[in-house]
Design a protein around this ligand. Structure first.
Ligand SMILES: *Cc1c(COP(=O)(O)O)cnc(C)c1O
Length: 390
């Protein structure tokens, strides 16, 4: 092994470059201590209220409700949609399992529609062909924080009387035509999982953009009780009024999250600088046909959630990942398409050809992108460029 190292190309840094590294602002423990002092340890305490008010302001949604995960927020959205057995939900297949699972848990049938070659988001031109009399909702996913074509998708949903739900797990801080993602659909779900831009380890939020959904959402989130109304003094006793579950996080977790939300702008700015540096560095690899870079439509202002490259074929991707691993740099692929997964085949169906999804998913590779990478990024870029020449 020492031999191998000696022959290796100059390697200025001995640390390994992980794919993801959670960023801490430094105030997390201080706020957790405060939450401890407040002695409101369950959900909906002062920090939860602060985080929710921040989200409502930043996104412009009618109501934000913190949840224990984006998965939980999507499950709430499925309950609020009134999805029942046999109801169909249009969604991309190039997404995380929770997008589909939340609706399958209600007996819904995910109907997978192919993605666009450029943005890797739901192809709006193929959505209408997938609509049937059983279709109830369209779920869009803003992949990598790059906005879907919301103008056309909103119009399609409206024309067919369908609910529009945004899986905005990766999209906090991103916008479309100057309007924050998460404010377009009837509902949206965001994630604070430690792999996202703003984090609390596990965590998420359901965003509601229709006043009529708020009361029932609060009830579903509080185990089917009207406890939220009781604490506000709207009712004089609380009781079981609807179906529900426990979706709210402890205020200790919300305290952690508050430290992140406070720093949201600087976190997004720092990530965007890393993203742009990659983008400039791979311009000539793209010209040489070695890799395709992300394509950002002019209406979209992304949050630099992910930087990815699309290589020539899956063999080229495996070689690339392997080459970087030899340098202790961890680049990773992403979703295995849901339509061809065992559960996707059992519970859902593809509406038509999924050729773009299939082609892209086996060629896409994500590069390390985390605050703190700045001093290593030149090295990562240099190794990537070298691996691309193979
Ligand atoms: C991360 C992610 C989720 C799940 O988020 P959790 O907070 O881990 O439940 C759902 N959908 C998409 C598109 C994601 O990227």
């Amino acid at each position: 092994m020492p031999d191998r190292r000696r022959h290796r190309y100059r390697k200025p840094i001995l640390t390994q470059v992980s794919f993801n590294k959670p960023y801490l602002t430094g105030r997390e423990l201080e706020y957790i201590r405060q939450a401890h002092e407040f002695m409101h340890l369950s959900g909906d305490g002062p920090f939860t209220k602060r985080c929710q008010a921040w989200l409502e302001r930043a996104i412009g949604c009618r109501k934000a409700l913190l949840t224990h995960s984006c998965t939980g927020a999507l499950e709430m959205a499925a309950l609020l949609s009134g999805i029942g057995p046999g109801d169909e939900i249009i969604m991309p297949s190039f997404t995380f399992v929770s997008t589909a699972n939340a609706f399958v848990l209600r007996g819904g049938v995910p109907v997978f529609v192919d993605v666009r070659e450029d943005t890797l988001n739901l192809d709006e031109s193929k959505v209408e062909a997938a609509i049937t009399p059983r279709t109830r909702a369209i779920v869009v996913v803003h992949y990598a924080g790059i906005a879907c074509a919301m103008d056309r998708l909103c119009a399609i949903a409206k024309r067919h009387g369908l609910l529009l739900i945004e899986d905005a797990a990766q999209a906090l801080g991103a916008s479309y035509r100057g309007r924050p993602l998460g404010s377009f659909g009837e509902m949206a779900a965001i994630s604070f999982h430690e792999t996202k831009n703003l984090i609390s380890g596990e965590g998420g939020a359901l965003l509601l953009n229709r006043d009529q959904l708020i009361e029932r959402a609060e009830i579903i989130r509080e185990k089917g009780t009207n406890r939220s109304q009781f604490f506000r003094g709207d009712v004089d006793k609380y009781t079981w009024v609807d179906v529900g579950s426990s979706f709210l996080p402890s205020d200790i977790l919300a305290a952690f999250l508050w430290a992140q939300l406070e720093a949201a702008d600087s976190i997004t700015t720092a990530r965007q600088a890393l993203w742009r540096r990659y983008h400039q560095a791979f311009a000539d690899s793209e010209r040489a046909g070695r890799a395709r870079r992300p394509i950002v439509p002019s209406e979209a202002a992304p949050n630099a959630h992910t930087y990815f490259l699309i290589l020539r074929d899956s063999a080229a991707r495996s070689r690339f990942i392997q080459r970087l691993r030899q340098d202790d740099i961890y680049a990773v692929f992403h979703y295995v398409p849901l339509h061809s997964s065992p559960a996707g085949r059992k519970y859902g169906r593809a509406s038509a050809s999924m050729s773009v999804t299939d082609a892209v998913s086996e060629r896409l590779v994500r590069l390390p992108l985390w605050i703190g990478l700045e001093s290593l990024q030149e090295h990562v870029i240099e190794r990537c460029r070298s691996a691309l020449q193979d």
